[in-house]
Design a protein around this ligand. Structure first.
Ligand SMILES: NC(=O)c1ccc[n+]([C@@H]2O[C@H](COP(=O)([O-])OP(=O)(O)OC[C@H]3O[C@@H](n4cnc5c(N)ncnc54)[C@H](OP(=O)(O)O)[C@@H]3O)[C@@H](O)[C@H]2O)c1
Length: 208
């Protein structure tokens, strides 16, 4: 995650694409930063500054941070850390309360507004995983029975945590159409709050 290597990677992306990318993500910075390591804060700030400079110089339209587990990041940023234009975090019913809390703490710390927090991987990589056969995400949606389970899981993911866009993996245009067809579903805020409270209770009841 050295600034020089990040800069070189953005320049390479421009050559590969034949144009400047609209958005470049710093991918899972938590993997190369350890919360306790004294230099982690500086390393993250330098990595963000390298991407901020690249965007300012027109090598990309903007830059973001994509984090599978943002838990270590809130303690590593301060007013000197350049602010990304997008934070992308895991979203959906498979995300634990620690990750949800960390994503929201980071959103606040960076003062990110509407449209700046995106979700990813709403099905945890597969809609065929056994967990989805045991779950009915339609309970989170008012009049949810008009949606399929997959549609409802996708719609709910916009609220766990609160995100304005979601990166989902599919090569099938029909599947994509099915998902976008669920965007008008109204998610019940009270059920989301109750669900989060259950997640929190469960965490408290686990041995440390
Ligand atoms: N930072 C990280 O560490 C990290 C890790 C994982 C993912 N990501 C990001 O998240 C994005 C999405 O993640 P992902 O692809 O791993 O997982 P995902 O979006 O949770 O799940 C993709 C799976 O959902 C299925 N699916 C989608 N729509 C469907 C529908 N309408 N009906 C039935 N099945 C449906 C797809 O099958 P079909 O192909 O058959 O539609 C595919 O197998 C990635 O592109 C990446 O940007 C980041």
């Amino acid at each position: 995650m050295s600034p020089a290597r990040l800069r070189a990677a953005v320049e390479q992306a421009v050559r590969d694409l034949g144009r400047e990318p609209d958005l470049v993500f710093l991918h899972n910075p938590e993997h190369s930063l350890q919360e306790t390591a004294p230099q982690s804060r500086d390393l993250l700030a330098q990595a963000c500054a390298a991407l901020d400079d690249a965007a300012a110089q027109g090598l990309c339209g903007g830059w973001g941070v994509a984090s599978w587990d943002p838990s270590p990041l809130p303690n590593l940023i301060d007013t000197g850390t350049p602010r990304p234009s997008v934070l992308m975090v895991r979203a959906g019913l498979l995300v634990g309360i620690r990750t949800l809390d960390a994503a929201e703490t980071l959103t606040k710390a960076w003062n990110l507004g509407d449209g700046q927090v995106w979700g990813m991987s709403p099905f945890g990589g597969s809609t065929r995983a056994p967990v989805w056969a045991k779950t009915d995400p339609r309970v989170f949606i008012q009049g949810g029975n008009r949606f399929s389970h997959v549609q409802a899981a996708f719609r709910v993911a916009f609220h766990l945590p609160r995100v304005s866009a979601i990166a989902v993996g599919t090569d099938d245009p029909t599947h994509l159409g099915e998902l976008t067809g669920a965007l008008d579903g109204e998610v019940d805020g009270r059920t989301i709050r109750e669900y989060r409270s259950l997640l929190r209770d469960r965490l408290r009841s686990q041995p440390a």
